[in-house]
Design a protein around this ligand. Structure first.
Ligand code: FAD
Length: 347
């Protein structure tokens, strides 16, 4: 039976570890508890904020409404007669556990996503990606609870409409759906996804001409451990800003003034710029504001210096957006989702 806690601290429920109190908090372990939670929210007039691992979420000091943690766990790996396997994972299952389980069961396909914090549900909503692979490339379908119709729907790859850190769940048409579980398809003829520069360099330094999924997983873990702060030690939400996409004219204008700017051409003539380069070149790496800071070893990561709250992070985020806009005429967009007093993103 669903338990609802009033005035519940969220400090340990997001990887940023920001000081925050939710008006109400509950954990749903199955569709029935989700139903109960939405029924309670309707009775009380609460807005519902769904969270998974809280690794892409900024909690403001006071969160109005019900914070509902999707806690449907479980992961089943089913080998397929045509080769490869299907992974069925609960939305509340940790993505990293699914990666470990699939690789240790002998199936490659998810190893590039090793060590991304958070849950399978969060990974679907965000279409997580790392080292040249996005979740969408392994996604088959998901099941989601629709609180408006009180029905469970199945959404195909096409219906999820994945893009760069984007899915249909981030649009008004599906924002109220709660992902219950996802089916992922692991390929029969596995080949490493090793085009990403650091990964390719490390595999070649180790003379791994024919790496196994376990080799790739290990190297990804080593690279990430070197580069990224461990949220257990330093609160953070991973990359704080999306890499901005600009048209070719703007990219050429910037490249002529700043030849070292990191830029990747995209299909259709648009160009993706490295947000980390822009922040560092604007002189903001290591900058501290209140109890939040730009991580000294990686300009794209904002960190909790200890005792920070959402106001500290929001102020630092706004300052970075303003400075980068002034200096380069490019608008950075924060990646994390904000939970606060009101609806809408205030970062
Ligand atoms: C150290 C670090 C490294 C990271 N590295 C990467 C990386 O390499 N690549 C990358 O893409 N991301 C990365 N991230 C960001 C983050 O891990 C991902 O976005 C992750 O998928 C978020 O999952 P979560 O369960 O923590 O989501 P949460 O933060 O809990 O939620 C994020 C969003 O998903 C929604 N949501 C969560 N679960 C459900 C559900 N079941 N149904 C409906 N909506 C749901 C929430 O409402 C919210 O809108 C990193 C974060 C950290 C802290």
């Amino acid at each position: 039976m669903l338990q609802i806690h009033r005035d519940h601290p969220l400090d340990r429920l997001t990887t940023f570890g920001l000081k925050s109190i939710a008006e109400a908090y509950a954990e749903a372990h199955d569709a029935e508890e989700l139903r109960e939670a939405f029924a309670a929210a309707k009775r009380e007039g609460w807005r519902v904020h769904v969270i998974g691992g809280g690794s892409n979420t900024i909690a403001m000091p006071r969160v109005r409404g019900l914070v509902l943690r999707a806690a449907m766990t479980g992961c089943r790996i089913e080998p397929l007669s045509e080769g490869g396997a299907r992974v069925e994972a609960g939305a509340g299952e940790l993505l990293d556990r699914v990666v470990r389980l699939s690789v240790s069961s002998g199936f490659g396909g998810l190893e590039n996503l090793a060590m991304i914090p958070g849950t399978v549900g969060g990974a679907v909503v965000q279409n997580v990606g790392a080292y040249g692979l996005e979740l969408a490339e392994r996604f088959e379908r998901c099941r989601a609870y629709d609180p408006d119709s009180d029905e469970i729907r199945t959404l195909s790859l096409e219906e999820c409409d994945f893009g760069y850190r984007h899915s249909v769940f981030k649009t008004p048409s599906a924002a109220r759906l709660v992902v219950l579980s996802a089916d992922l398809r692991l390929p029969g003829r596995w080949r490493p996804t090793a085009g990403y520069k650091d990964l390719a360099a490390q595999l070649s330094a180790e003379r791994l001409a024919h790496p196994t999924p376990a080799d790739v997983e290990r190297v990804v873990r080593e690279l990430r451990a070197r580069k990224l702060p461990d949220p257990k030690q330093v609160g953070n939400a991973g990359s704080f800003f999306k890499n901005p996409v600009v048209n070719r004219v703007k990219a050429n204008e910037l490249l002529s003034k700043h030849p070292s700017l990191t830029a990747y051409p995209l299909a259709g003539g648009r160009v993706k710029l490295a947000a980390a380069w822009l922040i560092e070149a604007a002189g903001l790496k290591g900058l501290k504001l209140g109890r939040a800071a730009v991580y000294a070893r990686h300009a794209l990561i904002l960190v909790n210096e200890g005792g920070a709250d959402g106001e500290d992070v929001a102020a630092l985020s706004r300052l970075i957006v303003d400075r980068v806009k002034e200096r380069f005429g490019v608008t950075l967009e924060p990646e994390p989702v904000v939970m606060g007093e009101s609806a809408g993103n205030i970062l």
